[in-house]
Design a protein around this ligand. Structure first.
Ligand SMILES: *Cc1c(COP(=O)(O)O)cnc(C)c1O
Length: 379
């Protein structure tokens, strides 16, 4: 699953581990209460590389790791990471023994799951679980107080399962209007009452994703699930003014010119011949395309790149492995091209790239495929 380290191509993503560390340190300092920070490194660390990101976050003070899938947790264990890991999605009960052996915490919210898992678990290693309650996300979790009480009763008879935490997830924490967030928060408080009466002490209670933690630190109990903003990205543009400290973007994307040519007026570029030169124009070819996760929409919606600190437009359709840009002058082969990142005083942020193709910051680094090597700086 890890990103390839050897590569023979002139395209790479750079991940600044010092930026990740700085974001983790600043986030921890932002809470008044004692806060256990869970670094969320699912989907290969949102496309940054899970192992390197996890190591940097742990060094900077994260106490826990969060992933979506059991295999993602196992990948971290295989590289020797010993920190506690929680799988945030549903794992099959028949795989609970594997999780217990590897000291991986699972998210649980079904009585039938408990019964089934007890059959697969050995008495040697107890399985630690975090109970998920659904307060309005409508995705996974126990929906009602009655169901939580009933779940707690089944849990009492489970000898191989130990409850370590209880959590929920917000649907709108990144929206300016916080009324739905407040509604979910109050439902969560209500669920916690039932948990206190029926489950007893819990080591970890958590609800905050990046947006909730950064905006409402006093509503995050004792654990913060830090995902998108650990990578230095805003959960949404509308809450940019509420981010309490400057986030440092860790991800940038670069390539190099592989061909440069001067075309006469009236020559067309790429599939469909959708772009035609007006004057004599300098056109350069860049070896990155939609199979690298650089979607065709970047050309549809007027995408730009940086060359020598200046913006240059993408011209013609983005191909599977290559695309073309228009430059103001002759520029040598090998010149660095930044699709995301900084050059001199110009920058193209992940947010700009996301807005351009009408998506969210999360998708941009996740989309950049495995064939683009990740190069790490700092750490
Ligand atoms: C992905 C995820 C997070 C992290 O959310 P961000 O918005 O990236 O901070 C937190 N909790 C759960 C359950 C998740 O699935």
């Amino acid at each position: 699953m890890a990103f390839k380290q050897t590569s023979y191509r002139d395209t790479w993503a750079e991940v600044n581990l010092n930026h990740i560390k700085s974001n983790v340190e600043k986030a921890k300092a932002h809470f008044k209460q004692k806060m256990h920070l869970m670094a969320v490194v699912k989907a290969d660390g949102y496309g940054h590389g899970a192992v390197k990101t996890a190591e940097a976050a742990l060094q900077a003070g994260a106490a826990f790791l969060g992933v979506a899938l059991l295999e993602e947790a196992i990948e971290l264990r295989e590289t020797g990471i010993e920190a506690p890991i929680l799988v945030l999605g549903r794992t099959r009960p028949e795989d609970s023994q594997l999780a217990a052996e590897q000291d991986i915490r699972l998210t649980v919210f079904q009585e039938s799951w408990l019964v089934e898992a007890e059959k697969h678990l050995s008495s040697k290693n107890k399985l630690h679980i975090h109970i998920k309650v659904d307060t309005g996300m409508g995705r996974i979790g126990i929906v009602s107080k009655e169901d939580l009480v009933s779940f707690a009763n089944v849990l009492k008879s489970c000898e191989k399962i130990e409850t370590e935490g209880l959590f929920t997830h917000f649907a709108t924490a990144d929206e300016k209007n916080s009324s739905y967030f407040q509604k979910q928060y109050h439902r969560f408080l209500n669920m916690l009452e039932a948990a206190a009466d029926n489950i007893g002490d819990l080591s970890y209670i958590h609800c905050g994703n990046s947006a909730a933690g950064l905006r409402f630190p006093d509503k995050c109990f004792n654990m913060f699930r830090f995902g998108i903003s650990m990578y230095g990205l805003t959960p949404s543009e509308e809450i940019l003014d509420e981010i309490p400290f400057p986030l440092k973007q860790a991800f940038s994307l670069h390539s190099r010119i592989v061909q440069i040519k001067k075309l006469l007026p009236g020559e067309s570029i790429s599939y469909g011949a959708t772009y035609t030169t007006i004057d004599e124009e300098w056109i350069a070819t860049i070896p990155i395309g939609y199979a690298d996760g650089w979607y065709r929409y970047h050309s549809t919606y007027g995408g730009e790149v940086l060359v020598n600190g200046q913006r240059a437009p993408i011209v013609g359709r983005i191909c599977m492995d290559q695309m073309m840009i228009k430059l103001p002058e002759y520029t040598p082969i090998g010149t660095k091209v930044s699709l995301i990142g900084e050059q001199d005083n110009e920058s193209i942020t992940v947010l700009e790239a996301a807005n351009r193709i009408h998506t969210i910051t999360y998708e941009i680094p996740c989309m950049i495929s495995k064939r683009v090597p990740r190069i790490y700086v700092g750490g």
